[in-house]
Design a protein around this ligand. Structure first.
Ligand code: G6P
Length: 369
């Protein structure tokens, strides 16, 4: 097992550090910046299904569901197709309205999650087109789908998903770009811009990983916290949910994630000098709003950790701790902003003496209800 961990103490840490390579593998043979081409066989072969889709429904569970929420923002922005994101466990039982011509995207690392599998079986019976975004090659969800795109993140052993999530985001971004280009809802200039930005993601992830000692120091400060709040807006809102899930899974600290615009509608009641709030606050159109959200937390003596871009001054000045990520387009920001939250969760779990690779009560793949 020590050899399989590649010299790392845990699979989770190895898999976090795998991400520059797993993302490169995911983009390989698909994204070619030199020729500005994007090849995604499963989408290319069914391009008209996507360009004519009146609606896309994404079904998934857990971390994969969070990738779906980000994909909703990507696809609606770039392709102007309405997207709904459903928990597979709800979708399969609630007799949802499905029209032929609807496209279902099932996102799953294992390809074996029972709820997701049954959800797409139901939708398939009702005439929907099923597209799988799956990591495990040849898995049940991959086989049941009409078409799909593998995430090629390699085997993920740690129960808490890390590299599978970023590979899902990369595939979903490529899908949105392909469809948007075909629908001409995306300009050639923007298409080119996104391809260039996407191609730079693996090396930017590497830059964040190189700062792991600084993230470990932040983890040491907050390892004994009894509660944790994660906030973000726009593309970074689902990252707040994912960060809360990750820390909860490996540390057993009660964690909640919210869009920061919702903080006044409840979570702010939790704030006192013992509560850490992590803001995902990279430069995007929400930046000024986030600054005022941070001031609201500080005015109530809460502790603030912020994920910021290197040239940030305003948020750096008001936060107790910061973690830096390189700049990218806001649509791709989650691929970077999630990385410090993965590392922080890992270090806090280890500092609390817990089995981060196999947290209590959790399974890598939930194949029974
Ligand atoms: C379990 C795992 C999670 C995962 C979820 C969905 O809860 O512990 O890490 O996100 O299942 O799994 P899937 O394989 O369908 O992505």
């Amino acid at each position: 097992a020590q050899i399989e961990k590649g010299g790392f103490d845990h699979f989770m840490l190895k898999e976090i550090f795998d991400q520059p390579a797993s993302l490169t593998d995911c983009l390989r043979g698909r994204l070619d910046v030199a020729t500005l081409s994007l090849t995604l066989a499963g989408v290319d072969q069914h391009l008209s299904v996507f360009t004519q889709a009146k609606r896309i429904i994404i079904v998934a569970c857990g971390t994969s569901w969070h990738a779906g929420l980000i994909a909703e923002y990507m696809i609606e922005t770039i392709c102007r197709i309405p997207v709904e994101v459903e928990y597979a466990s709800e979708f399969r039982y609630r007799n949802p309205i499905i029209h032929s011509g609807d496209v279902i995207i099932a996102i799953s690392q294992s390809g074996e999650t029972a709820d997701t599998l049954v959800a797409i079986e139901r939708a398939k019976e009702q005439g929907a087109f099923i597209f799988g975004v799956v990591n495990a090659v040849g898995s049940s969800i991959a086989r049941l789908s009409h078409a799909g795109a593998y995430t090629h993140a390699g085997p993920e052993i740690g129960v808490a998903s890390t590299k599978a999530f970023t590979a899902q985001l990369a595939v979903l971004a490529m899908m949105a770009l392909k469809i948007g280009k075909a629908k001409q809802t995306l300009t050639d200039a923007d298409y080119k811009h996104y391809l260039v930005e996407l191609s730079q993601i693996p090396e930017k992830v590497q830059v964040i990983l190189s700062s792991h000692e600084l993230i470990k120091e932040v983890a040491q400060v907050y390892a004994e916290a009894n509660n944790f709040l994660f906030l973000g807006r726009g593309y970074n809102f689902p990252v707040a949910l994912e960060a809360a899930l990750k820390l909860k899974e490996v540390s057993y600290i009660p964690c909640s994630g919210y869009p920061s615009g919702e903080v006044k509608h409840g979570p702010i009641a939790l704030v006192d000098e013992t509560l850490p709030t992590l803001f995902i606050a990279t430069k995007d159109k929400y930046y000024d709003k986030i600054v005022s959200n941070i001031q609201e937390i500080k005015a109530r003596k809460g502790k603030v950790i912020a994920i910021i871009n290197p040239d940030d001054t305003a948020i750096r000045g008001v936060s107790d701790h910061v973690m830096e990520v390189p700049e990218t387009d806001e649509l791709l920001a989650p691929l970077l902003t999630v990385i410090p939250t993965q590392l922080m969760s890992y270090y806090i779990g280890v500092l609390r003496g817990l089995d981060v690779d196999k947290p209590r009560n959790l399974a890598k793949s939930v194949t029974v209800e």
